[in-house]
Design a protein around this ligand. Structure first.
Ligand code: FES
Ligand SMILES: [Fe+2]
Length: 327
């Protein structure tokens, strides 16, 4: 993991008022709930007494606190224990009776967790400048059985389209990848896809290709947001929620503003999500087989890359640098 980053890890609608939600993210069992006022609380899903899952308990004190199902201890949204029933409600509570809590924000219909050390001032949520909240979509929540690094790299991979997606977005047999041209700044990696048919010429290297005049197709915003800008009025956005070392959940949105007519808008979103799912599952079938499941810039006994993998090299390099910096 890259520490001290905002990660989109759930969709807003998954955390409902009056309900406890236990999920695994970053290999940790986390508990979410929404307070009476609508704010989101997140603490570890592990009681400070003897380790029971708090998500099996219940909300109390007007949804300000959770009660453990085992011996009834109360914990507030900061993870502090407020009552130990077996000691009586007035009893002093030792400071070790505390569960770790996390800083949460809600934006763009995602729930974002600050994964790292608490800060005096938090940076902005990593989002795309050109994506406002006027786009319409229905989200596809799609579990993939592999580490998030493989899932992200697949979306930066320009040379698999002609084979994996031969009957969908990769039609046309454009096997040869010139470049691709890649730009990286402000935690945003931009990739221009310049594939063509075999014509007897070897591919142009990434170091030799000129920057194409049109905007980039694929963009990745560290640490876990991606978009495919195939049109000004329609695109695909994916948040890669890290579950553990062998599992990721993709929150995939086909977003569009093709029309304002509600019924038509809904139909387009449903059809867009349907086709996005077909394409994502063409990828998933192969990506889940990749070994090792976790990648790094320097992999022992790892992959052998070719020039079209340049966006993946950049992703790995930046990710490893950020991991080391612990910014
Ligand atoms: S394990 Fe939670 S109160 Fe005992
Ligand atoms: Fe793909």
């Amino acid at each position: 993991m890259i520490f001290n980053q905002w990660y989109a890890i759930l969709e807003s609608s998954e955390v409902k008022k009056g309900k406890l939600l236990g999920v695994i993210r970053f290999g940790e069992k986390l508990l979410f709930w929404r307070t009476h006022e609508g704010e989101i609380a997140c603490i570890k899903d592990r009681c400070a007494h003897r380790g029971a899952a708090l998500s099996k308990g219940k909300l109390v004190s007007n949804s300000q606190e959770v009660q453990c199902p085992f011996h009834g201890l109360h914990f507030d949204r900061t993870g502090k224990c407020t009552i130990i029933p077996s000691r009586g409600e007035k009893a002093f509570i030792p400071s070790n009776f505390k569960v770790e809590s996390y800083y949460i924000r809600e934006a763009h219909n995602f729930i974002w967790i600050w994964w790292g050390i608490p800060q005096d001032r938090y940076p902005d949520i990593p989002w795309f400048d050109d994506v406002d909240d006027k786009f319409h979509y229905y989200t596809l929540k799609d579990p993939w059985k592999t580490h998030y690094s493989r899932c992200i790299e697949n979306q930066l991979d320009v040379s698999h389209l002609w084979i994996v997606h031969h009957n969908t977005i990769g039609r046309g047999n454009k096997k040869v990848s010139d470049g691709p041209y890649v730009d990286f700044s402000d935690n945003l990696e931009k990739v221009w896809v310049t594939n063509r048919k075999e014509n007897g010429n070897v591919s142009i290297l990434p170091s030799e290709i000129e920057k194409p005049p049109h905007p980039s197709l694929v963009q990745f915003k560290f640490p876990n947001m991606w978009q495919n800008k195939f049109s000004d009025v329609a695109r695909i956005i994916i948040a890669f929620a890290p579950v553990d070392e062998e599992n990721t959940i993709l929150y995939l949105r086909f977003i569009h503003k093709m029309t304002r007519i509600p019924i038509l808008r809904g139909i387009i979103s449903i059809v867009g999500r349907y086709f996005s799912k077909i394409i994502a599952h063409q990828d998933r079938r192969v990506v889940e087989t990749q070994l090792p499941k976790i990648t790094a810039y320097k992999m022992e006994d790892g992959d052998n890359l070719f020039p079209a993998d340049y966006p993946i090299v950049i992703y790995r390099r930046i990710r490893d640098e950020m991991k080391k910096r612990k910014i």
